[in-house]
Design a protein around this ligand. Structure first.
Ligand SMILES: Nc1ncnc2c1ncn2[C@@H]1O[C@H](COP(=O)(O)OP(=O)(O)O)[C@@H](O)[C@H]1O
Ligand SMILES: [Mg+2]
Length: 271
């Protein structure tokens, strides 16, 4: 089964696209009282423009470390991260991040929370134009009637919807998601996966989503990247997910290859 899965050709549509995100010889060392801890070492990663990649790996292997380094929020100890052919230096709105907890400003409305980033990215736009961008994405995430609700009055799922709207509204080159639905109940989680894919399908932003949920990794991605356990973690394997898009959960779950993909990923995690 393994060989059969690995023989599946990389989607021709994606294979011809230029690279949007490249990690070259990436290394991360955290100093600890007991000495240096090498989390990531010699990590190579290349993601095409418009590709949706999931990253799975055991807790503590360095997934968040990798993502925050790509976001420019965590210093690189060695190697390079290249976004759209330019090595990154620090954080920037070309890489929008959605964390597990959206950390909205609780006293501001949904609209105002999205506006903060939009103001920075589109300083020349008129107030009406900026509002239009915010409202467009809030509407897309299903908050068309909640523009003026304060963050504190929104459920956790609705807050995460604002987090997703806020990220897309920046029109980033790369969307980075770190276990974005990890705190939500399974129903809300499924709804938000659908919302995310729907917007992504329209915008075709290059996306990297960390998840520890194997089903989520398959449902979302064109390719699932498997990280080895640390220390010295790197990419251990990867699996193309060629299911057609736009995706629908029922079709994906009923696809004859679904359980082979699932078993392949679980097998990696269990060894
Ligand atoms: N600031 C830090 N200082 C020291 N060690 C850290 C720091 N941040 C994370 N680590 C360690 O690095 C490893 C990887 O952490 P992390 O990237 O959060 O893993 P994951 O997201 O895969 O669960 C863990 O062993 C964690 O304890
Ligand atoms: Mg993490």
């Amino acid at each position: 089964m393994t060989t059969q899965l690995q023989e599946i050709a990389y989607s021709p549509e994606i294979a011809t696209k230029p690279e949007m995100l490249v990690c070259k010889d990436l290394r991360k060392v955290y100093p600890t009282p007991k000495g240096d801890y090498v989390v990531l070492d010699d990590l190579q990663l290349s993601i095409k423009k418009g590709e949706f990649v999931s990253i799975i790996g055991h807790s503590g292997c360095g997934k968040s470390t990798l993502l925050t380094m790509i976001a420019g929020l965590n210093e690189i100890s060695g190697g390079q991260i290249i976004v759209d052919h330019e090595p990154i230096r620090d954080a920037g709105p070309d890489r929008a991040v959605v964390f597990q907890s959206p950390s909205l400003l609780s006293w501001l409305t949904a609209l105002q929370n999205v506006m903060i980033g939009v103001k920075q990215v589109f300083p020349g736009a008129s107030k009406a134009q900026k509002e239009e961008i915010c409202k467009y994405y809030l509407d897309k995430v299903g908050l068309g009637n909640d523009f003026h609700k304060r963050a504190t009055d929104l459920s956790q799922g609705m807050q995460q919807r604002v987090g997703i709207a806020r990220a897309f509204a920046l029109k980033p080159k790369v969307l980075l998601l770190d276990e974005p639905f990890g705190m939500l109940d399974s129903l809300t989680r499924g709804e938000l996966q659908d919302v995310l894919l729907e917007i992504w399908q329209k915008e075709k932003i290059t996306a990297v989503a960390i998840t520890h949920d194997v089903d989520e990794s398959i449902f979302l991605a064109d390719r699932v990247i498997m990280m080895t356990s640390g220390p010295y973690a790197k990419i251990g394997d990867e699996l193309e997910i060629p299911f057609e898009r736009p995706r629908n959960r029922k079709d994906v779950l009923e696809h004859p290859d679904y359980y082979d993909y699932r078993a392949y990923l679980l097998n990696f995690l269990n060894h």
